[in-house]
Design a protein around this ligand. Structure first.
Ligand code: NAP
Length: 295
């Protein structure tokens, strides 16, 4: 019997939201990660991955696994390629031979030099570091399967397993502790919360979407604006925070900073507007307050 979904990276920020959201929608779901998951495997081990796919027999695979630490990727290009790219080739091959739907979660870490511009799915990419390069190769491998869906995004949320704070968890903690953090004024994203992202992914799946789609907020903001808006909603002070530029290079890694995504392709297919900043913040705060997320 088929399982509706196999989530690879089920304990991560996005993976854990997908597990909860898909189960709430009535689907059968199995999750995989190296620890604390339904199936504990290292997806870069071909034999472990093959056995997991055979056992779960999924109708849809969502691959959220990635090494997202830019400095680690830069110092470990081989491991970064294995995890962010090669696994995607194995999954695309499996999807083709078994007629399984394959969804690869990609990134927005592709653009530089144009501030708050919105980049559509055809915009020229700046593959300035190993993370960006290996994620793009992961996309290309996924697209070897003609029915695959590649979702470019910038996600925010909370992590079920507290191995490391997410961006939003770090911000809330720093503001609560009155730390003197820098709010980047030249770093632009169209961040979407993982909860709205899950619903949009399901809608795209129901529309039989294939190829590359941007799934993000319909609004691009810099980090200064995003953090101040989040602080206001949570009634936290930003008095100790200062504004400044994000350095182009940190820990030996060149970083992109103009990450805004144009979501009109997804909006056209879905027939509705993707969430603006207000809706993203409302959803984040609802999850923060209702679930008593510990920081
Ligand atoms: N976070 C962001 O700001 C952001 C922005 C844009 C795009 N994205 C993309 O969104 C996706 C999800 O990101 P996220 O922030 O949710 O990631 P995350 O929180 O770091 O979660 C990664 C998940 O993958 C698992 N994993 C890592 N290596 C593994 C391996 N070798 N074998 C099996 N499982 C492994 C981790 O669990 P274990 O460590 O226990 O194995 C965890 O469950 C990624 O593809 C990322 O590129 C993220």
């Amino acid at each position: 019997m088929k399982t509706d979904f196999l989530i690879l990276g089920s304990t991560g920020m996005l993976g854990s939201a997908l597990m909860t959201g898909l189960k709430a929608n009535g689907y059968s779901v199995q999750g995989a990660a190296r620890s604390d998951a339904d199936i504990c495997i290292d997806v870069t081990d071909d034999e472990q991955l093959r056995k997991a796919l055979a056992t779960v027999n999924p109708a849809t695979i969502i691959n959220t696994v990635a090494i997202v630490d830019l400095a680690y990727c830069e110092s470990n290009p081989g491991h970064s390629y294995e995890c962010n790219a090669r696994v995607s080739r194995k999954l695309a091959e499996y999807a083709t031979s078994s007629k399984t739907k394959y969804i690869y979660i990609s990134t927005d870490h592709y653009f530089t030099g144009d501030g708050a511009a919105k980049h559509d799915e055809h915009a020229a990419l700046n593959l300035c570091n190993e993370y960006a390069a290996t994620k793009f190769i992961g996309e290309q491998f996924a697209l070897q399967n003609k029915n695959a869906l590649v979702l470019r995004t910038n996600i925010v949320g909370f992590r079920a397993e507290k191995k490391a704070n997410t961006f939003v968890e770090w911000v809330i903690s720093a503001l609560k502790n009155q730390e003197a953090i820098t709010l980047y004024e030249n770093f632009y994203t169209s961040s979407i919360d993982v909860y709205n992202f899950t619903e949009i992914l399901l809608d795209l799946l129901n529309k039989n979407a294939t190829g590359v789609f941007n799934v993000a907020s319909s609004e691009v903001t810099n980090k200064e604006f995003f953090i101040k808006a989040l602080a206001e909603k949570l009634d936290l002070s930003t008095d100790r925070a200062k504004c400044g530029p994000m350095p182009k290079e940190a820990n030996g890694v060149i970083r992109n900073e103009s990450l805004g995504l144009d979501v009109s392709k997804a909006e056209k297919l879905l027939g509705y507007k993707l969430p603006d900043l207000k809706k993203v913040l409302e959803t984040l705060c609802k999850h923060y307050q209702n679930n008593g997320v510990a920081i």
